[in-house]
Write a protein that binds this ligand. Structure first.
Ligand SMILES: [Zn+2]
Length: 367
């Protein structure tokens, strides 16, 4: 028997000024609410939240997030949660702050609400918290039994975030459909305790179509700090479609290459989605996809400003030995190469990355 599972937050709300209506969205719960807030959220969003809850009599407890999602940080916030007799956890900030809030909610068995301040991560929707050690080394994934109860996205807040973060989110979202397609072909399991559904694959495909159609306009929107419907669409693609898409379909080559590239000190300055986008193109090469599809991906990436070759990804040139190490790591434990519908060897990944790099360089210098 095969379980078909789609994992999704209970409710997803997105729009300009949505945060100023937060009481309408969560006020039906009694509180007190513990707000775990990243630096930007702590400094800039508290007043909006206060205003919304004005005269409601609900207790709002604010805690500034310490900067890394560690077990110690989760414990510190749990202590505050208990001391203030909180009943709901709210995370506001980037992926790490939200992952921490989800961790607190998991251990305290409370509902959790996520308020992303950037659109470059899948954390707002997923039932996974990525935990690090005090030394910022990956410590493991906390697999949560359920997705957030509410994801609240204020487009005006996202509009204020740096453009590179929105673009990085698009790079992460680019791989969603490719990786879903690989999992469908291999009939592989997803992160939701089963296998893909027709709905989850359709969401991944929609994610891709929106990126190709609206990516460039959304980028311009953030550059000019001017709201647009295209920006709204891309925020939804980066946050909801990519989030539900990856969790309910699974990952494959693109994220394996990402994981492996993070071992290189030359790539440490890059954002998650920037490395994933290169992994996505390497995946298309690995799967011997038609030229037209690879060109569409290259056109998208160069258009929105995602690097497509090693000179844009690495601070120093890579040696063949280093690249081979990346290829071996990408095929190693903890990665997702077995989601591809054929056996993948490190040599094949090495070749795919080299070819992706060549195609990327050639595309950039085309006349
Ligand atoms: Zn990702």
């Amino acid at each position: 028997m095969v379980s078909r599972v789609i994992a999704s937050p209970s409710k997803y709300i997105q729009g300009p000024g949505e945060l100023s209506r937060i009481k309408d969205h969560i006020g039906w719960m009694d509180g007190p609410f513990l707000f775990v807030m990243g630096g930007f959220a702590y400094d800039n969003l508290r007043q909006i939240i206060e205003e919304s809850f004005k005269d409601s009599g609900v207790t709002l407890v604010y805690e500034k997030f310490g900067g890394e999602c560690t077990r110690k940080e989760i414990d510190r916030l749990r202590e505050r949660y208990r001391r203030e007799h909180c009943t709901v956890t709210v995370g506001a900030g980037g992926g790490k702050a939200l992952d921490t809030a989800k961790g607190v909610a998991y251990y305290e068995k409370s509902p959790v609400i996520t308020i992303p301040t950037i659109a470059s991560t899948d954390s707002p929707t997923s039932a996974i918290s990525v935990v690090y050690t005090e030394g910022h080394v990956f410590d493991g994934n906390l697999l949560l039994p359920r997705n957030p109860d509410l994801v609240l996205v204020d487009t005006e807040v996202i509009l204020q975030a740096p453009v590179r973060l929105l673009v990085s989110g698009m790079g992460d979202a680019l791989s969603t459909y490719y990786e879903a397609r690989a999992n469908v072909a291999s009939d592989h399991g997803n992160f939701a305790g089963g296998k893909y559904t027709n709905s989850s694959v359709a969401l991944a495909k929609l994610c891709y179509e929106i990126l190709i159609r609206d990516g460039l306009k959304a980028r311009e929107s953030v550059e000019k700090k001017a709201y647009s419907r295209e920006l709204e669409n891309i925020i939804e693609a980066n946050t909801y479609l990519s989030g539900v898409g990856f969790e309910s379909n699974g990952l494959a080559c693109a994220h394996s290459v990402y994981n492996a590239l993070t071992i290189l000190p030359q790539c440490r300055h890059m954002y998650h989605g920037e490395l994933v986008a290169f992994g996505a193109i390497a995946q298309l090469v690995l799967e011997k996809r038609p030229d037209a599809e690879i060109t569409e991906a290259l056109q998208f990436c160069t258009g929105v400003g995602l690097p497509v070759s090693f000179d844009g990804l690495c601070s120093e040139e890579l040696t063949r030995e280093e690249l081979m190490k990346v290829a071996i790591t990408a095929c190693g434990p903890g990665n997702f190469m077995d989601s591809e519908p054929f056996t993948v060897t490190p040599e094949m990944v090495f070749e795919a990355m080299m070819t992706a790099d060549t195609l990327g360089r050639r595309y950039k210098t085309r006349t």
